[in-house]
Every structure is written in structure tokens, then in C-alpha cells.
Write a protein that binds this ligand. Structure first.
Ligand code: UD1
Ligand code: MG
Length: 455
């Protein structure tokens, strides 16, 4: 859909992310804080990728190796001194040597910029003789506060004035700068070279390129977006607000795509959660990163999933925990207080109560009794448990890995299985039961007498 509106001009991007985000009060760079399980900057990079904007250069601060790694394979350049947004953009100039297309500037802390809005900016830039040299993405926030104000005259953008530098009349302007801009590379570098730091903050403002473009007789224009899309995250409270906006959208999208959410406001998605059709999701379910749910899956309340895949017809919960590498096969069941990690339940397998299944395969239609534990870790290594199709594991069994149970094998209740069990074999090692008739009443009489004597 976007491609029809996208002009043929090549568009690359610079993502500004050198700020530490002092208001976050965190050792982690601001843009590494997660929304829906994905670092803020990951949301921005996903939108750029969806609009096929490349290459992407990220401007990071010194000592932000974690951020540099997180944005790879996109290139990161370091801004040593944080001298302003204009100075930050210049740090990426060498990375664009020989590049002559358009450059989009986005902020790493404005996570919800959508590919559709980027496409509208590209369309507004166009590639004709009368096209504006600079396109700025503006919006009208409820509280214009510290945002830069867009000064528009005769339908064209004249300049951007930062709140701290604005005259009282300019501060009254409601149309604000989101920070996102688009210009062709040659114009951008030419204008940025003229930016100085004679302003209230003593910074090199990127926003000054608009006034400079007008002075050079170039046209500038504004594309407008919404506040929800352009909100910038500067504090933990704003991070929570952004999370809420994301979740509201994700719930609506899941329902639009054919999932039933009994209590949508209690379900939490990750940015990459994939949900099929006719999926039922009960109250209080959390989808961590990397979860894929196929069609016709039922998820009862109070489940927590991450890195898990649920195949068609699976029934999970209530109170199930699926950890990375959990694969619940077609029509398989996982019940209450069951934890599954790096294990595959094949078609129709059941682990219904109070169990831990880790580093394992549970064959088709096998039944795992209540309280079964795969003892997968000896303090040094993780080992695998292989349970054959149709096996029946007695309640409270401990399967000490590495161990293999063949198809149709059984274990008695309370078995501690340390040796392989052949197909259709039975593993038993609990001691034989002894029955002493009348013992219970004799015991009670004795105990009561002892207690009475003490009184
Ligand atoms: C900026 C805009 C303002 C706009 C607002 C939108 C300027 C001068 N002002 O103000 O018009 O309304 O964003 O949120 O551009 N950064 C660097 N290096 C620096 C400075 C900033 O990488 O030296 C990065 C920050 O990490 C951040 C972004 O640039 O991602 C914006 O910087 P910030 O200091 O938040 O700018 P604002 O004062 O909010
Ligand atoms: Mg800001």
C-alpha cells in the first residue's frame, strides 16, 4: 500500500540516540528501555525497515556498546560531546560519503513513528523541481510545553523556534516540531554547516536548518501526525504511557485479526507476538517476546509465555508458564502450574498438572502425570529427556536426564528414573507397600494417652 505512494527517491535515515536520558535515572541509555518487550530504538528501526528506508546510521553516545550491538547490523557512529541535535546529525556525515539521495532524521526516543507517516513525508518531499527542500513532521500536542514551535506563513514553513528561545507570541503557536525531518543529503549538509550555537541552550540546533533554507530561497513544508504516534519518551512515567498506548493498539489488532480476548485490558503483548485466528485468550495473560500462536488455540487465564510456539488446537492454562523453546504441538494440552522450557510436546501430548518439563521431547499422545519433573540440570550441564509416543508417566516421577523412555513406556508413581526405559516397559523403584491392619487406631490411642498424661 505504501509503495504506491512512495516516490522513487532513495531515502536513508539517521537515528539520533546519543542522549543518556537523564530523566530516566538509569544506567541504561534511554532508547534501550523496552516498550512491549522491544527496546524503544527497535520500534523505530522496524518502522524504517517496513518503509524500506536504508541505509540507517544511528548516532550513539560514548560508552554505549550495548546500544551499538543492539542496532547492528545498522551502523552506529559516536557523538563524543552532546552539543545538540544539529551536531549529532553532522556526526553521521562521513558515513554518507558519496550518497546523494534523501536523508530522513528520526529520534530514537520517538518510538511509534509509523511507516505510513514516513511514506506521507516522502510523498510530500516528492522529487520535482517545485518540491520542498525540507519536510518537517509536525503535530499539535495537548500541551506544547518544551516542544519547538513551527512558524508557518502562507502555507509554508518559515522556521522552527525552540520553546526556550521563543517570544511570547511564538510560544502560543500550537503546531509543534516532532523532530522528524526529511531533506536531500546535499542540502542537509550545506545547511548544517551554517548552524551555530547562539541560542538559549548553547546547542547546535538541527531545527535551525529550516530558517537557513528559507534564507537561501528554498521551500519548506509540514506534514502532520498525531500526538500518540509522535510522543517522545523522557521519563519512566512517559515510558509507561507509551506502553499503555502500544498495548491498547495491540489488543485491538489481535481482536481485529480474529482473536477473542475476554478481558482485553488485562492481556499484555510483545511487539513481535503473532496470534492466529479463532484464538481464545482468557484474562491476565502475558506474551513476552518471541511468541507465536497458531489458529484455534485456547489460552486460559493467568498464563505467562516467552519464546514459545503453540500449534493449532493447543489448550493451555490456567496458570501455565511457557519459557523459551517451549513448543506445544497440535492439540496438545498444558495445564495449571506447569512450566515448560526448551521442550517439544508432540501432537496430542498432555502435561496437565504441576510439572516441570525442560530440555525434553514428549512424544505424541504421551501423558505426563501430576508433579512430574525432568531433572535436567546437574549443576554443570543441561541434559535431554526423551519421552516416546503414547508413554504414560506416573504422578510425581523424576526423570533424571539424560534419559530416554521408549514409545508406550510407563513409570510408576513416584519413580526416580535414572536409566533408559525400553518401549512398552515399566520403570518402578518405589519401595513395596506394607499394610498393617488396625495400626492407625492403635497409634491414635497411644498418642492420645501420651498427651493426656502430660496435662
Ligand atoms: C528537540 C527539537 C524540538 C522538538 C523536540 C521533539 C531541536 C533543537 N529541538 O528538542 O524542536 O520539538 O525535539 O521531541 O532539535 N540528541 C543527540 N545528541 C545531542 C542532542 C540530542 O543524539 O547532542 C538526540 C537525543 O538522544 C534525542 C533527540 O536527539 O533522541 C532529541 O534531543 P532532545 O535533547 O530530547 O531534544 P529536545 O530538546 O527535546
Ligand atoms: Mg526530547
Amino acid at each position: 500500500m505504501t509503495s504506491a505512494r512512495t516516490p522513487s527517491v532513495a531515502t536513508a535515515a539517521i537515528v539520533l540516540a546519543a542522549g543518556i536520558g537523564s530523566r530516566m535515572k538509569s544506567a541504561l541509555p534511554k532508547v534501550m528501555h523496552a516498550i512491549a518487550g522491544r527496546p524503544m530504538i527497535g520500534h523505530v528501526l522496524a518502522s524504517l525497515a517496513a518503509e524500506k528506508i536504508a541505509p540507517v546510521v544511528v548516532v550513539v553516545g560514548p560508552d554505549m556498546d550495548g546500544l551499538t550491538k543492539a542496532v547492528a547490523p545498522q551502523r552506529a557512529v559516536i557523538q563524543k560531546d552532546r552539543l545538540g541535535t544539529g551536531h549529532a546529525v553532522i556526526q553521521a556525515k562521513d558515513a554518507f560519503a558519496g550518497y546523494s539521495g534523501d536523508i530522513l532524521i528520526v529520534y530514537g526516543d520517538t518510538p511509534f513513528i509509523s511507516p505510513e507517516t514516513l511514506a506521507r513525508m516522502r510523498a510530500a518531499r516528492g522529487n520535482g523541481k517545485k518540491s520542498p527542500a525540507v519536510v518537517v513532521l509536525g503535530f499539535t500536542p495537548k500541551d506544547p510545553g518544551a516542544y519547538g514551535r513551527l512558524i508557518v506563513k502562507n502555507g509554508g514553513l518559515e522556521r522552527i523556534v525552540e520553546a526556550k528561545d521563543a517570544k511570547p507570541t511564538e510560544r502560543k503557536v500550537k503546531l509543534c516540531n516532532s523532530g522528524i525531518m526529511l531533506a536531500d543529503a546535499a542540502t542537509l549538509w550545506k545547511l548544517l554547516a551554517k548552524v551555530n550555537n547562539k541560542n538559549a541552550k548553547g546547542e547546535y540546533y538541527l531545527t535551525d536548518i529550516v530558517g537557513l533554507a528559507r534564507k537561501a530561497g528554498l521551500k519548506c513544508s509540514v506534514v502532520e501526525g498525531t500526538e500518540n504516534e509522535l510522543l517522545g519518551v523522557n521519563s519512566r512515567a512517559e515510558l509507561a504511557e507509551a506502553e499503555a498506548i502500544f498495548q491498547a493498539k495491540a489488543r485491538a489488532r489481535a481482536m481485529d485479526n480474529g482473536a477473542t480476548l475476554t478481558a482485553p485490558e488485562t492481556v499484555y503483548f510483545s511487539a513481535d507476538t503473532k496470534i492466529g485466528r479463532d484464538v481464545e485468550i482468557g484474562p491476565f495473560v502475558v506474551f513476552g517476546p518471541g511468541v507465536e500462536i497458531d489458529d484455534n488455540v485456547t489460552i486460559k487465564g493467568f498464563c505467562h509465555f516467552e519464546g514459545a510456539r503453540l500449534a493449532a488446537g493447543a489448550i493451555v492454562g490456567p496458570y501455565s508458564r511457557l519459557r523459551p523453546g517451549a513448543h506445544v504441538g497440535v492439540d496438545a494440552h498444558v495445564g495449571n502450574f506447569v512450566e515448560i522450557k526448551n521442550a517439544k510436546l508432540e501432537q496430542g501430548a498432555k502435561v496437565n498438572h504441576l510439572s516441570y518439563v525442560g530440555d525434553a521431547r514428549v512424544g505424541a499422545k504421551a501423558n505426563i502425570g501430576a508433579g512430574t519433573i525432568t531433572a535436567n540440570y546437574d549443576g554443570f550441564n543441561k541434559s535431554h529427556t526423551d519421552i516416546g509416543a503414547g508413554a504414560s508417566i506416573g504422578s510425581n516421577s523424576v526423570l533424571v536426564a539424560p534419559v530416554k523412555l521408549g514409545d508406550g513406556a510407563m513409570t510408576g508413581a513416584g519413580a526416580v528414573v535414572t536409566k533408559d526405559v525400553p518401549a512398552d516397559g515399566l520403570a518402578l523403584n518405589s519401595s513395596r507397600q506394607e499394610v498393617r491392619e488396625g495400626f492407625a487406631s492403635k497409634y491414635r490411642t497411644l498418642k492420645k494417652a501420651q498427651k493426656d498424661k502430660k496435662k
